[in-house]
Design a protein around this ligand. Structure first.
Ligand code: URA
Length: 488
């Protein structure tokens, strides 16, 4: 904070830290209820040798201050931005909201545009941290813990810490950043001061693994340098073990692509296949040696050891499709849920109950149809003792499509029913809008007809009794159509 600015302002608002949102909120409330305009306020983080204290007046109880919830939520994100002007900027917005409660919906307003762009920058940084933090192991046995160094653009370490707790609940880890560190001892999260890169360990065995993985999944024929740099901007490269390979891989891409095409019919080098199968299987179906299953039980057996994407590591087991091999129709869901993961059978939990009862009403005998999922491992995030369903991503859907294609090849149904967006994406090879396409029958290039509808869990999530019943009725109508199409 420039001293001139500080001495010109008649009020000083001190915050405890760069992300002290509670402090900002309290100060903003005191200022606004006392009608103190933004230009009369200077904001400062922490204490320096300036001897001015926090001299804000108490909140005026008789003054009414109504702030939209949306603003509070957005301000909580924007306070993590590294712009030193953000405290004053947010206060200016609040000041304007007092007389213009609709301000947030005026997209052309320069302050709103600025708010939006700051919000986006913070979100993007949060996402990058989730994608590019790499832990290094230190200590063994009871002393084992994982430490990562990361340099975000904004003050996001604290805000992102919960994500890492959920993702790595069973590990003891510390993430160091220049402004704050987050430490998880398996039970308690502590946020501490910033650190320097020297505090983080340099290299461990996992680096070799990451490099091997990256080398294996790098496909020179699909190299798009711009897209790759957008996803993994250069500034992150220095802290990623696999990044040391990138310049050489890019430089050699043309050569490598030509060589790769020449090698095409050959299987991957045995060393690569071994590393992949053991640690980090490639999600690229083309890289996996195809088993030769000629019936569903054999395919199920093979799928039980599936390592085509990392989901197998947290799930209990592969939940393969079930039903007769000569079924007329194949119903495809999204992925097994908690109960299916434990039982090893598709659609046996709450969504399965809804599905069963509506099939029954539509006079479709579940024992005569084949029921499976687009993704065959349960993807979840641990929350306490619960495992919360997490939507599979496009890579996981693509990786698992290999099994679904095999199931369809062997069963050769008359009709496939896509229950929800993930199933439709897998069956049609691209994301489609379910609400618009519901009830449509789409013929694929291979001749298979795909009927698109909602996922039964959608009905479960509706709270209002009447809406729930109406949606149930619509699903029943869909299933009656399926019954007609099955025979056609
Ligand atoms: N939801 C699905 O999509 N599949 C199941 O097997 C269970 C719930």
């Amino acid at each position: 904070m420039a001293r001139t600015q500080l001495s010109l302002a008649s009020h000083l608002a001190r915050l405890e830290s760069e992300t002290d949102f509670a402090g900002w909120r309290d100060a903003a409330r005191r200022l606004a209820t006392n009608d103190i305009p933004p230009e009369e306020v200077a904001w400062q983080v922490g204490h320096d040798d300036d001897d001015r204290g926090n001299d804000l007046p108490a909140c005026r109880q008789d003054a009414r201050l109504v702030v939209p919830r949306e603003f509070i939520e957005r301000a909580e994100t924007v306070i993590c931005h590294s712009d030193p002007e953000r405290f004053n900027f947010l206060y200016r917005l609040l000041w304007r909201l007092r007389v213009d409660p609709k301000l947030l919906s005026i997209a052309s307003d320069p302050d709103i545009r600025r708010l939006e762009s700051m919000e986006k920058a913070v979100r993007r940084d949060i996402h990058k941290m989730r994608a590019f933090v790499r832990f290094r192991k230190i200590g063994d046995g009871a002393e084992e813990r994982y430490v990562a160094w990361f340099e975000p653009d904004h003050f996001i370490a604290e805000r992102n810490a919960d994500f890492f707790v959920r993702r790595f609940a069973g590990m003891r880890w510390t993430i160091l950043t220049p402004h704050a560190s987050a430490d998880w001892d398996g039970e308690r999260l502590a946020i501490g001061p910033g650190a320097s890169k020297r505090d983080a360990p340099a290299e461990d065995d996992a680096e070799t693994l990451w490099r091997t993985y990256f080398e294996n999944i790098f496909n020179p024929a699909r190299l798009k340098v711009k897209a790759m740099q957008k996803e993994m901007p250069k500034k992150y490269w220095r802290n990623l073990p696999e990044a040391s390979l990138i310049p050489d891989l890019i430089a050699g891409a043309d050569r490598a692509a030509t060589a790769m095409i020449a090698r095409m019919p050959t299987s991957p080098a045995p060393r690569h296949a071994k590393v992949k199968a053991k640690h980090w299987p490639s999600p690229e179906p083309a890289d996996v040696v195809e088993p030769e299953s000629t019936d569903i039980p054999a395919l199920r057996e093979e799928a039980s050891g599936c390592r085509r994407c990392p989901l197998w590591r947290d799930a209990t087991q592969t939940v393969f499709g079930e039903g007769p091999e000569n079924a007329d129709v194949v119903f495809v869901g999204e992925q097994p849920g908690d109960q299916e993961d434990l039982a090893g059978k598709p659609f046996v939990g709450p969504a399965g109950k809804v599905f069963d009862s509506i099939l029954d009403q539509a006079e479709i005998d579940r024992r005569k149809v084949y029921v499976t999922n687009a993704v065959k491992h349960f993807k979840f995030e641990p929350r306490g003792k619960r495992r919360i369903h997490s939507k599979p991503n496009a890579g996981e859907i693509r990786a698992c499509r290999w099994w679904l294609d095999k199931e369809l090849d062997l069963i050769k149904p008359n009709l496939a029913v896509a229950l929800g967006a993930t199933a439709a994406q897998s069956l049609l090879g691209k994301a489609v809008p379910i609400t618009r396409m519901r009830g449509d029958v789409i013929q694929r290039e291979d001749g298979l007809r795909v009927f698109v509808t909602i996922h039964p869990s959608f009905i479960l999530r509706i709270r209002e009794h009447e809406d729930k019943e109406a949606e149930r009725e619509r699903f029943l109508t869909d299933m009656r159509k399926v019954k007609q199409l099955m025979a056609a």
